[in-house]
Write a protein that binds this ligand. Structure first.
Ligand code: PRX
Length: 651
């Protein structure tokens, strides 16, 4: 890890505070700061007893557990000896009451086709597909790769795996054949579930073709199930490939959920390491299920009548936890959209919200920044009065982008929950509870009940308030990853070796006077200027507060005098790049946060390199800033041409 050393300086002075609107707080399940504090303290005194109390009632147990937590650092087992089933908790549990005929999924395809599945219908489809899996010889413990568009069948496939104890590994349907093969092989997948193709901005992407190429290098895969989605010609290999629809026609709708051990693997999700091969993050059944259910209910102040829209794809953890397992185990109605948020026009998001009456919108800062760039008019032409709550996930949100979300989308009426978590944490770890915790733009505010974060220096000692340091979690929690698939050593080394006994998140953070957490970016991204360790987000937020800046990324490059100099990459709105603007931006940062943080180099660019989930890949920009070829894993890069263009723009 570069830039080791814990402490990070802060230069950001964000003082705005937004208490929960009185009307919102009055109706919220947790409606005051005192209530949150009481719950938090209760949980902090004895987290094990706290989670034990919840697990008993929040999940269905085929057999009760005998021990709440078994902790042999860094290996945790929660609810030891119990038997449950995540598919049962998401579906069967709702069938005896009024939720039976409630919409579980309201779906819209990119071309505009629509479907609604009630809990009863979804249950039936999942049971049938679970029988399809069984007919192909799958059983508990087998790994299934899922490479599909955001259709209801993707959720059906996940829940059908969970029903019989097969372990799903969802691979984002934009990844290459190489990436599929690598994941198939690492997990020893026995089956791939895919579709003929998918729609993306009106164009057809041939998914089955990518799977065919991957299978030439995936010796463990025995069968493929193919959903017809777009109707293109596909190659079907007899004895290996089967049509989803044909298999479903023959399948029985009777498939009781298999009672599974609490620690049975529910899924693997590959996440890219900064170097080396992707890590298969392993989540298990009971603890994960409990954690995503409760965090969903707390953070989104869940109400039965809500339509909840999380715009994430199920190829990411956000889709797993807050499209599928969290909301469905809570009995919520989830809106699911298949396509691009700017197709056929830049108002698709707002159009969907208006037409379905969406109440809660959960999206990523990258999407918000894109909307800002496209212009307010797209938002303003729609009636968004159904919205009551907004959320963000995946990256820090720059305060000015937060203010735009608050003003233009939320009409200063909707609280914003800025949720900090990771693929590894399984669910939301820090976030405002919208009826209880006043928000500050750019802060994820406070930890959720049962979560004990601490900001430490490199020796593991807690740092003072206002000092940035490494973010750790000091007590195991039910949703935590249980390991890296097939690589316990890498798991122990990556997350638990630097600060023994504490989970190292890999992010820097600081606490302010009110005990609010501010995430300062990845540890590896810190910029060290003349011995001052600056966080990327603070420099970027200063730039984004300039009216002509749409997006910004800050990185360090070697400098003989200062150790590192600050190089920033900027995309513009309503302005043409020129020298005068460069000077203006340098001075703007100087004025906003100080001379120390004034960028040395400003690179204007049309786009920033991002992962497919929308995160800026600063590591690659670092190479561009110092004129190096990029090494390491780029399989998650959204658009390879961005890098080439950035280099060309340098020349
Ligand atoms: O650096 C943090 C950033 O995203 C990382 C986790 O990424 P991933 O595993 O892909 O999970 C994304 C969905 C949860 C974190 O280590 N991150 C995520 N949310 C925030 C954030 N940074 C600042 N603020 C957030 N709200």
């Amino acid at each position: 890890m570069s830039n080791s050393g814990g402490n990070v300086d802060t230069v950001m002075l964000e003082k705005r505070l937004f208490p929960p609107p009185a009307e919102f707080a009055a109706k919220a399940k947790i409606g005051s700061l005192e209530e949150y504090q009481k719950l938090y303290e209760l949980a902090a005194v004895d987290p094990v007893a706290f989670w034990d109390g919840l697990a008993k009632t929040e999940l269905h147990w085929f057999e009760p557990y005998t021990k709440t937590l078994e902790w042999n650092p860094p290996f945790a087992k929660w609810f030891v000896g119990g038997k449950t089933n995540a598919s049962y908790n998401c579906l069967d549990r709702h069938l005896d009451g009024p939720r039976r005929n409630k919409a579980a999924i309201i779906w819209e395809g990119e071309p505009g086709d629509q479907r609604t599945l009630t809990y009863q219908q979804l249950h039936r489809e999942v049971c049938k597909f679970a029988n399809v899996l069984k007919a192909r010889g799958l059983a508990a413990g087998d790994v299934v790769s899922i490479y599909m568009p955001m259709t209801p069948e993707l959720v059906i496939a996940m829940l059908a795996c969970a029903r019989i104890g097969a372990v799903h590994s969802v691979i984002f349907a934009g990844f290459s054949a190489e990436a599929i093969a690598e994941r198939n092989n690492d997990a020893q997948a026995r089956m791939v579930i895919t579709s003929d193709g998918l729609w993306r901005r009106g164009k057809l992407l041939p998914l089955k073709e990518a799977v065919d190429q991957a299978l030439a290098k995936s010796p463990t895969v025995e069968s493929v199930i193919v959903l017809r989605r777009v109707g293109n010609d596909v190659n079907m290999q007899a004895g290996r490939d089967y049509w989803w629809q044909e298999q479903m026609d023959e399948a029985s709708a009777d498939c009781p959920a298999t009672p599974l051990d609490s620690e049975h693997s529910l899924y693997i999700l590959y996440t890219s390491g900064s170097t080396g091969k992707p890590k298969g993050i392993r989540h298990t059944t009971a603890g994960y299920n409990l954690f995503v259910k409760k965090t969903f209910e707390w953070v989104f102040d869940y109400r039965d009548e809500d339509i909840f829209w999380c715009t994430a794809d199920c190829g990411w953890v956000t889709g797993h936890s807050y499209v599928v397992y969290g909301p469905l185990s809570a009995g919520a109605t989830v809106l699911m959209y298949e396509g691009a948020l700017n197709f056929p026009a830049e108002d698709r998001t707002w159009d969907i919200i208006e037409r379905y009456g969406v109440n809660v919108l959960y999206t990523a800062p990258t999407a918000i920044r894109a909307c800002i760039k496209w212009g307010d008019a797209h938002v303003e032409k729609h009636d968004l009065s159904s919205l009551r709550l907004l959320g963000t996930v995946g990256e820090g949100i720059n305060p000015e982008a937060w203010m735009w979300y608050h003003r233009v989308v939320g009409k200063e009426r909707c609280p914003i929950v800025d949720t900090w978590w990771q693929t590894e944490t399984g669910g939301i770890m820090m976030s405002p509870l919208p009826g209880a915790i006043p928000t500050k733009p750019g802060s994820c505010t406070k930890p959720l009940p049962g979560i004990l974060p601490q900001v430490v220096d490199e020796r593991g000692n807690e740092v003072d308030r206002h000092h940035g340091g490494w973010l750790t979690i000091t007590h195991p929690w039910p949703g935590m990853l249980r390991g890296i698939w097939g690589d316990d050593e890498r798991y122990a080394k990556t997350y638990w070796s630097r600060i023994p006994g504490k989970y190292l998140a890999g992010d820097n953070a600081r606490l302010d006077d009110d005990g609010y957490f501010w995430i300062m970016g990845r540890i590896d991204d810190v910029i060290n200027v003349s011995g001052h360790r600056l966080s990327t987000i603070e420099v970027e937020s200063a730039l984004v507060s300039h009216p002509n800046v749409a997006e910004a990324a800050a990185v360090g490059r070697p400098d003989d005098l200062k150790g590192q100099a600050i190089a920033v990459f900027v995309t513009l709105k309503n302005a043409e790049p020129d020298e005068a603007l460069k000077q203006e931006l340098k001075l703007h940062v100087r004025k906003e946060i100080g001379a120390l943080a004034q960028p040395d180099d400003i690179h204007f660019t049309n786009a920033l390199p991002k992962t497919r989930s929308g995160k800026i890949m600063r590591r690659l920009l670092r190479d561009v800033a110092c004129g190096k070829e990029s090494t390491g894993d780029t399989s998650t890069l959204e658009d390879y041409t961005v890098l080439a263009r950035l280099r060309a723009e340098e020349e």
